[in-house]
Design a binder for this molecule. Structure first.
Ligand code: IPE
Ligand code: IPE
Ligand code: MG
Ligand code: MG
Length: 322
């Protein structure tokens, strides 16, 4: 496949009413109305569709792979299932700018519709006929669930550390991004260096993505984010920025993190401290390092528009505001 057509194919997959959305909708159709409503809501609200983009670009970077669409659908479906479950356990108000599903349809319907999505993941993986891909997704789902549970365990024990932070985000976010990119290598029977390069890109990019997300949670603009800042602190979740603030100014930060009710004034104090003490800048530097290492991981792949688009995706994490 020529480099030019690689780009065209990708645009086609995501064009309004394009293949990807139509196939996603078909996979989600059910004659149970509540399931249909919840899935419709999630799909029409959109989302950035980063994981399927990763899957398509990884496939294109190898010159095209069979069943790339099924891989893209599987990662987006698994991601959507985790969002239904995540919003419930995080008691979130909104998702993709809309009221969180469990608030509208109730806990039971939301959890069980998440399970329905997982059944669709298995169905679409089976379409590929690749046992190794199923194994990769089983591992990603295991790490994802472990990461989400570990996050609550760490908050309960106040067992805050950089090691725990990286283990949590590797599981809850980077594992699925890795499945998107390494999955393409499996579909293309690419072993050795190409597979390692794509797996490593997915992991480093996924870490940078979640680190940026966590940074914005405290330092972002509420207007742009579409939700109040400081959600992680209110939920008792310590991310890199609060971890380093804790080390920098324990007397000021510790009592605030231990408080049950955190006010917007408390959040404002943390934001100013992060600026004044240079902690916000340090976190941005740490994200830059991850982005660099994601880009370096691709060095062994031949140059192509798809590889360049993966690099651009990573660079965008230096500026993402929502
Ligand atoms: C949200 O992921 C969950 C995190 C890993 C932070 P995205 O930010 O990719 O969510 P959508 O799909 O664009 O809504
Ligand atoms: C969500 O993590 C990550 C998942 C993989 C489920 P967060 O809880 O930190 O992300 P948001 O803020 O809900 O998107
Ligand atoms: Mg959440
Ligand atoms: Mg969460």
């Amino acid at each position: 496949m020529s480099a030019g057509s690689a780009r065209l194919n990708l645009q086609g997959a995501f064009a309004a009413g394009g293949d990807f959305d139509a196939k996603l909708r078909r996979l989600l159709s059910s004659d149970v109305e509540f399931i249909r409503l919840i899935e419709d809501d999630l799909v029409s609200a959109g989302g950035k569709r980063i994981r399927p983009r990763l899957a398509f670009l990884a496939g294109e970077s190898l010159g095209g792979v069979p069943h790339n669409m099924e891989l893209a659908l599987a990662v987006e479906l698994l991601h959507s299932a985790t969002l239904l479950h995540d919003d419930l356990v995080d008691d979130a108000d909104t998702r993709r700018g809309r009221e969180a599903a469990f608030r509208k349809y109730g806990n039971a319907v939301s959890v069980l519709s998440g399970d329905y999505l997982l059944s669709r993941v298995l169905a679409v993986l089976a379409e590929t006929g690749k046992l190794e891909l199923v194994r990769l997704f089983a591992e990603a789902a295991r790490l994802l669930a472990e990461g989400e549970v570990l996050q609550f365990q760490v908050a309960a024990y106040r067992d805050y550390s950089e090691d725990n932070y990286y283990r949590i985000i590797t599981g809850k976010t980077a594992a699925l991004m890795t499945a998107a990119t390494e999955g393409a290598a499996i579909l293309g029977d690419a072993a050795g260096e190409a597979r390692r390069a794509l797996a490593s890109f997915g992991r480093e990019y996924g870490l940078a993505f979640q680190m940026r997300d966590d940074y914005l949670d405290l330092m972002g603009s509420a207007d742009v984010l579409g939700k109040p800042v400081g959600g992680d602190v209110r939920e008792g979740k310590v991310t890199l920025i609060t971890l380093w603030l804790l080390a920098e100014a324990p007397a000021k930060v510790e009592p605030l993190l231990l408080r049950r009710q955190v006010s917007s004034a408390d959040i404002a104090v943390l934001r100013s401290l992060a600026e004044e003490r240079g902690v916000a800048k340090r976190v941005v530097k740490a994200i830059e390092k991850r982005v660099d290492s994601a880009i370096s991981a691709l060095k062994s792949l031949p140059g192509s528009p798809a590889r360049a688009a993966l690099e651009e995706l990573a660079l965008a994490e230096l500026q993402r505001l929502q």
